[in-house]
Each structure stands twice: as C-alpha cells, then as structure tokens.
Design a protein around this ligand. Structure first.
Ligand code: KIV
Ligand code: ZN
Length: 522
C-alpha cells in the first residue's frame, strides 16, 4: 500500500511574494484552474487581510475550485475572519494561521513590552496567541492549519510545546516551515522525527513542511522531512517564492515518482501537466525559468555533446532518468497563422491549458490577428506570451492607444504616446538617449508621474527574426517592486506596454492596500 503525500501548492501566495511578481485576479484564477488539472491537493490562494485584491482573488478561486482552498492569516482575529469570509464559497475551505516561534523572530517582532518583558514571557504570549488563533479559526472552519514560522530555527522543546497546544486547540495540520532556508537535510529530518517522539497528540494532525531555498536545499529538506513522518509538502511551481523561493513542486513530485524504488509514497499529481503549468506560471508572473532548471528548464531534456547524443540514440535511458513526455514537454509545436479562425485559436489555447470562455475570446483573438498579420506563423510559445499579455492588460488602469517613434543614426530619438486612463486621453512627446528612453519619458510626461526603473529586459518569445519580443520592466517605490510585461513584434512597443503595465500595477496597489502587514506579519 502506497502512502499519500499531500501536495500543498503555494504559488499563488508565497510564490506571488517573489520580488517583482504580481498576478492580477484573472491570472490567479487561470493558474488555480491549471493547478486543479495538475492534481494538487491544496491550493493556497492568498492572504485576504493584506489587500482587497488578495481578498477578491481568494474569493474567486474558492468559488470555483474543487480542491481544498487555503487562505493565510496572521494569528489575529481580524485576519482569520477575513480569511474565512474570503473562503465563504469554497467547497473545502482551510484557514491557515501562523505566528513566529523562533527566539530571533520573537525578539524582533514582539519587541514591545506589551508582549512580555523577558524572552520567556514573550514565548508564553506567542503560545497563547497561537492557541487563541487556532481555537477561533476552528470555531469557523473544520480544517485549520497552523504554521510555526521559522520553525527551522525554533528551540525543539518550545516547538513541541506549541505543536501539542495547537493540536489540542483544533489544528488539523501543523506546518513546520524552514522559513529562512537554513536547515540541513538530515537535521531537518531529525526535527520532524523529534517532534513525533515529543508530542503525544501528534497523530491527531498531519505534519506539513514548507521549505525555503536560501541554501538551495529546499527540495532535499522536504524529502528528508517526508522520510521522517511529514505527510504534506508545501511547494510552488518553478520554486518561486520569497527571496530564493520555495521548494519546487515539480522537483519534489518527480523525485518521488522517479525514485519510487526507495519509498512507498505517492502523490495525486498528474505529472503530464507539469510543463504546461510551469510555462503558464512563468508567463503570468514574468519570472523566467532558468534554462538548466531541473524538470522544466529549456535544457532539461537536451543533449549537446556528441557522446551524449550518440548514447541517447542507442538508448534514451543512457542519459535520461525520466522522459520529457512524462512531464508533458510537447514533442512538436502546432503553428497557427492569419487564416486560423477563432475556433482553432480557442482549441489550441485549451490544449495549452488556458480555459477561455467564448466571451473572453474576442480581445485575445484581436491581439492574435495583429500578431499573425505581422508574423506569418504563430507558435505555442507566442500564444503563451500573448495570453500572458492579454490577461495582464485586462483591468489595467492604463491602455497604450498610440505610439510613434522617430529614431536613427543621425537623429535625436523622439517618442509620442497616447494613453487612455479612466475615460480620458493623455498625449505627450519627449526625446531621450534612445527610443526606449524617449518612450518612457513621454509616458511619464503624459501621466505626470515618474518611477525608478530597476530592471529592464527584452527577449524573444520564439526563434527567428519575426519572433515576438517580450519586454519586462521592473519599477520600485519605497515599499515594493512591480513588474510589467509587454509583447509585440516591435520591441519598443513591447517596452512601452511593459512600462505602462508596471505603472498601472503600482497605481492599483496604492489604491487597494488598506492593511499593512508589518506587525508580526509576513
Ligand atoms: O515561510 C514561511 O514561514 C511562511 C509561513 C507563513 C508558512 O510562508
Ligand atoms: Zn514561506
């Protein structure tokens, strides 16, 4: 008999906390649909108390998902209630509440005397807050997860005490996060084994782990924890998340599958959906998958050297421990063109994992035709970028209506832009060091705003000189960064779209952030 490992996907919550990654509500809904196809057990959809947009995203995902949908909350009543309200339409809701338990966190986040004067007093306060939070969550929802933030660096005796207390208060899952990615695989495994031996009621809850990748050990730590009794793995697609990210879902799942000779674990993940999910998350978040990334990187199944190629031709197992088909890497890419109709486009998008309703198809088809007019052949990767662009643009505050660039070896680059913003038209021109600079200056002048650009990249979506170009522009304000993306066969236009989108995200954030999560927050 195989033992089931629950896969808890936090792409939409911790993953979205990756610097520069911001997903709009529609993109989160699309990703959640794909996560369901992938077969994850739990989708952590967001942190509802942190902003109205987070609340709306959790509400939308909860409303249509058959999987367990989790919402994060600090260990305070208002957050828990907000999580519960956002989950009101969920078939299987889970409230996930957390508080820091390591001394270093307690002394930093609970420095005020009102939490106690000595470390011991502060620890007592944290324990009481954790128990109260779980008891309150339990009064609302049967499925309650408690996370001991920075458990990786928490004193083992105190971790055991708090674990026992929250289980007694009703927690059905106890999560042991290695929040700072500090632990070593055998050490982390021992931590789980130690907890099982110290906590008398541990059998009443599922042990979960949530490992960060600061030392590149997140997946190894997760596997070690599973070997020692954890039965839920928290992870994200492409390993995205705070700082160096979370344990990557695809690596955990494929490691368990490929090395099933070493254990009796199984997951419900349909591994053939992995590649599609990875590409969707990458295009929507704008976070590029490194080419040598295990399982889903562009080079994961390519063989460069002659010796390797020769070996592969004789027997694929010579250099491959799994097949590309097993993770859904497509063999060929189907090509669409300007003669393709709406049905053909819809069918191809569905095959790529985008469930698109008939009434949503029109704007996508319009962009598709613009692109098909310029480049004869439209590949799967073009379509992914196009979908990312169209969904990100939807609901965006600013729309680029017109762009004219004058540039050349002997002229001063000049740009004119026309932008639509809430039923008004803003038009301006500017010169710059180059066409992109001129364009950004014209946008800033038109909207009477400016921003610090901290990152700018342009890459081609597909091969060939007619390829679509994708521009990414990252901007920063005092608090956080925002990444905008733009796609076009013209890279200056793509850049303008990306800058406008990043500015729109900043505006949206400023207008929607009501509840800053600074005090003992994430
Ligand atoms: O890394 C962490 O500790 C977290 C918790 C909120 C689960 O993300
Ligand atoms: Zn985390």
């Amino acid at each position: 008999m195989k033992e089931k490992i629950l896969v808890f996907d936090t792409t939409l919550r911790d993953g979205e906390q990756s610097p520069g990654a911001s997903l709009n509500v529609q993109e989160k809904v699309e990703i959640a649909r794909q996560l369901e196809k992938l077969g994850v057990d739990i989708i952590e959809a967001g942190f509802p108390a942190s902003s109205p947009l987070q609340f709306e995203a959790v509400e939308r995902v909860a409303g249509e998902s058959a999987a367990v949908v989790a919402a994060l909350s600090r260990a305070v009543e208002s957050d828990i209630l907000s999580a519960w309200k956002a989950l009101s339409r969920a078939k299987k809701p889970r409230i996930h509440t957390f508080i820091s338990t390591s001394d270093i966190h307690i002394q930093g986040k609970f420095a005020s005397d009102r939490y106690g004067r000595t470390l011991d007093e502060k620890r007592r306060t944290v324990l009481r807050m954790a128990v109260d939070a779980v008891a309150y969550a339990k009064s609302l929802c049967g499925d309650v997860e408690f996370s001991a933030e920075d458990a990786g660096r928490t004193d083992p005796g105190y971790l055991a005490e708090i674990t026992e207390a929250v289980i007694a208060a009703g927690a059905t899952t106890v999560n042991i996060p290695d929040t700072t990615g500090y632990t070593w695989p055998s050490e982390f495994g021992r931590k789980i084994a130690d907890l099982r031996s110290r906590v008398p009621n541990i059998g009443e809850a599922t042990i979960s782990v949530h490992c960060h990748n600061d030392l590149g050990l997140a997946v190894a730590n997760t596997l070690s924890a599973l070997e020692n009794g954890a039965r839920q793995a928290e992870c994200s697609i492409n390993g995205i998340g705070e700082r160096a990210g979370n344990a990557s879902l695809e690596e955990i799942v494929m490691a368990l599958k490929v090395r099933s000779d070493l254990h009796d674990f199984e997951t419900a993940v349909d591994t053939r959906e992995i590649y599609r999910t990875s590409r969707m998350v990458s295009t929507f978040t704008g976070i590029i998958v490194q080419p040598n990334k295990a399982i889903v990187g562009e080079n994961a199944f390519s063989h460069e050297s002659g010796i390797h190629q020769d070996g592969m031709l004789k027997n694929r197992q010579t250099y491959e421990v799994m097949t590309p088909e097993s993770v859904g890497v497509p063999k060929t890419s189907i090509v669409l063109g300007r003669h393709s109709g709406k049905h053909g486009l819809k069918a191809r998008l569905e095959a790529l994992g985008y469930a698109i309703a008939d009434e949503e198809l029109e704007p996508v088809y319009r962009r598709f035709m613009e692109i098909a007019d310029k480049k004869k052949e439209v590949y799967d990767d073009d379509l992914r970028f196009l979908m990312g662009d169209t969904l990100a643009d939807r609901g965006s505050a600013y729309t680029l209506d017109y762009l004219h660039i004058n540039s050349g070896t002997a002229s001063i680059p000049t740009a004119t832009v026309r932008i639509l913003f809430r039923d008004r038209v803003y038009e301006e021109s500017a010169t710059g060091d180059g066409p992109v600079d001129a364009c950004f200056r014209a946008i800033e002048r038109a909207l009477s705003i400016s921003s610090m650009v901290t990152g700018y990249t342009v890459r081609s979506a597909t091969a060939g000189r007619e390829a679509l170009g994708e521009a990414q522009v990252r901007i920063r304000d005092a608090e956080r960064s925002y990444t905008g993306r733009g796609v076009s066969t013209d890279i200056i236009e793509a850049s303008a779209r990306a800058y406008i989108q990043a500015l729109g995200l900043r505006l949206e954030h400023e207008e929607n952030t009501t509840n800053e999560t600074t005090e003992h927050g994430v």
